[in-house]
Write a protein that binds this ligand. Structure first.
Ligand code: RIB
Length: 344
């Protein structure tokens, strides 16, 4: 059966297309359309099972009430928990979310932005990979509200929400130094993304201040655990002098724990541990792993609040804002020097 349009309904009921449109868009009262006519139209629409064409509506009204959310990997607990909180807040404000994963792949991200443009999303929330500056700048030039999070693009002037990455790793590395560890390694993904560079710098600054030698391993970004664990294992086998390791993300940290177990190393006596991102796996490890906890709720709340403000403010001349949030450093048994037995 041919899908009915608003014109078909108007012709069938001998009512103007405009009146039908007002009634179906909930504007009958505003337009002082009589209750009897509203009921007659609604009864017919229910009988024929008419479904408004959301794409046609968005073309007509210029609003789709959809937000495009692009994260690195929607199955990653960090991005998944933030995405869920954003979805709840957006829904309460009349918006639906379309998620997708960039896999840190520039070309895939370009294609996803194009898909969102075709769907006429009203706004974008993006954790951008490298190399996507021109595409983001083009969205902004076209008047699209864009908020970046987790990392930003220094060459693009737009709103973003990040955490104080540099201080977080500086502070955690200083903790290891103060515990007396001397050969402290930092294992992370190779990335020029702003958050990853800031974390690496914080580690370097702390060691530099204390005259300690850095031991750094940058692994090619992968979601395949084997491709993370193999180089990580080789690095630990090569540097037997290490007394502490700092993992730069949750993914590297969980792979690191598996490697440490497979090498039969004890924590903290053979190797003290700290990881970025705090998750149950780190709390359940024995001993529990010291970790930097990101403010998941505050990140999600800041991102959606900034975007909703941009969506609800017609002026395009709102100055861009960068919101930098604090993290918590949860010190646990994996990084504390065992208390030296005091001679009786
Ligand atoms: O995999 C998630 C990790 O990478 C988090 O540290 C987040 O900040 C992202 O950069």
């Amino acid at each position: 059966m041919k899908k009915l349009s608003i014109v078909d309904i108007a012709n069938h009921l001998n009512v103007s297309k405009t009146t039908i449109s007002f009634i179906l868009n909930g504007r009958a009262q505003e337009k002082r359309i009589g209750k009897d006519l509203v009921e007659r139209v609604q009864k017919f629409v229910d009988e024929v099972g008419y479904k408004p064409n959301s794409l046609a509506k968005s073309l007509r009204t210029g609003k789709s009430n959809i937000i495009g959310l692009m994260v690195e990997d929607i199955s990653n607990p960090f991005f998944a928990s933030i995405a869920r909180l954003i979805e709840d807040r957006a829904y309460k404000n009349g918006y639906k979310i379309i998620y997708c994963s960039t896999d840190n792949d520039t070309q895939k991200t370009r294609e996803l932005i194009s898909m969102f443009r075709d769907r006429h999303v009203d706004g974008y929330i993006i954790a951008p990979p490298e190399g996507i500056e021109d595409d983001i700048s083009s969205l902004i030039k076209d008047g699209m509200p864009v908020v970046l999070f987790d990392r930003h693009l220094p060459k693009v002037n737009t709103d973003f929400v990040e955490i104080d990455n540099l201080f977080s790793t500086y502070n955690a590395t200083m903790h290891l130094v103060q515990q007396g560890y001397k050969n402290i390694a930092y294992i992370t993904f190779a990335s020029n993304q702003t958050q990853m560079q800031a974390r690496l710098q914080g580690y370097k600054n702390a060691l530099d201040e204390n005259g300690l030698k850095p031991f750094i391993q940058e692994i090619v970004f992968s979601q395949d655990e084997e491709l993370i664990m193999a180089p990580l294992s080789a690095f630990l086998k090569k540097h037997k002098n290490l007394d502490a390791v700092f993992f730069g993300t949750n993914h590297v940290g969980t792979c690191g724990l598996k490697v440490i177990n497979s090498l039969g190393l004890t924590v903290p006596n053979d190797l003290a541990l700290v990881s970025f991102d705090d998750y149950d796996v780190f709390k359940l490890f024995s001993p529990p792993v010291s970790a930097i906890a990101q403010p998941i709720e505050a990140i999600a709340d800041s991102v959606i609040t900034v975007l909703l403000n941009k969506l609800n403010t017609s002026s395009q001349h709102i100055s861009s804002q960068s919101i930098i949030l604090k993290t918590d450093f949860n010190i646990r048994g994996s990084s504390k020097k065992a208390e030296k037995a005091v001679a009786k």
